[in-house]
Design a protein around this ligand. Structure first.
Ligand code: HPA
Length: 237
């Protein structure tokens, strides 16, 4: 038991953990993809489940939104419950012309406006980076599974709502593919404790054309992303 998680028994948490932002998505993933799943956490409504996928032990846990929430769950999962492979399955807003709603982003790196890393590194920069084994497996599998995927940097922002129409411009100018709110924290915490991490993101909004994915397409894209995440988790060296 930790401050934010209720798991007690050794083995309640698998070494491989999927991390959607929305706790109801965690329940949905467990119901649709896991065999013999059981609820392992309900503290703060942050639903978590463990079960098996094609014979492999696996856990899914909601993270909530934003850097501090992701950092709390990732830290407790790795440090206290032995998580070794953490894959975020979330959404993002595209900020490049070639990135369309429904595409997948494999986040190679994450810049951020969060103070998280400047606190940790005493004002200096850190480069939060995906695990290369997971990234290359996900890239190869996305191709084999017929997904349109992009590999590149994302912008992890603390601001979902903001007033500045130029907010994303400098990131766009530097080739950043999309914006979301958790990946920099996941990659930094994984680096700190020697775990492997990857964010796989569905482009739910195109922030240039202001298009959003329809709810049917959102569902299809989400299912594909989870399949890719699970295949990646158990294929990578
Ligand atoms: N901003 C931040 N996070 C997001 C967005 C966005 O526009 N879309 C999906 N996740």
């Amino acid at each position: 038991m930790t401050i934010h998680l209720a798991m007690k028994e050794h083995g309640d948490t698998a070494p491989t953990v999927l991390l959607p932002g929305d706790p109801y998505r965690a329940r949905f993933i467990a119901e649709k993809f896991f065999h013999s799943s059981r609820c392992i956490n309900q503290v703060r409504g942050m639903l978590g489940y463990s079960g098996t996928y094609q014979g492999h032990a696996v856990t899914v846990l909601g993270t909530g939104m934003g850097v501090p929430s992701m950092a709390i769950y990732a830290t407790e999962l790795i440090r206290e419950y032995g998580a070794r492979t953490l894959i975020r399955v979330g959404t993002c807003g595209g900020i490049q012309e070639q990135v369309r709603v429904g595409d997948l982003i494999l986040a190679q790196a994450a810049g951020t406006d969060s103070a998280f890393n400047t606190h940790i590194f005493g004002g200096r920069d850190f480069a939060p980076t995906a695990d290369f084994g997971l990234l290359s497996s996900a890239w190869n599998m996305a191709g084999a599974m017929g997904f349109k995927a992009h590999v590149g940097a994302v912008f992890t922002t603390d601001l979902f709502y903001h007033d500045d129409p130029e907010f994303f411009q400098i990131w766009k100018d530097h080739g950043v593919l999309a914006t979301e709110m958790e990946t920099a924290a996941l990659y930094t915490v994984a680096a700190r404790y020697g775990a492997r991490a990857l964010s796989i993101l569905t482009v739910s909004d195109d922030l240039l054309s202001r298009q959003s994915v329809s709810s049917d397409d959102r569902e299809t894209a989400f299912m594909g992303m989870v399949e890719l995440a699970l295949s990646t988790a158990f294929a990578a060296p």
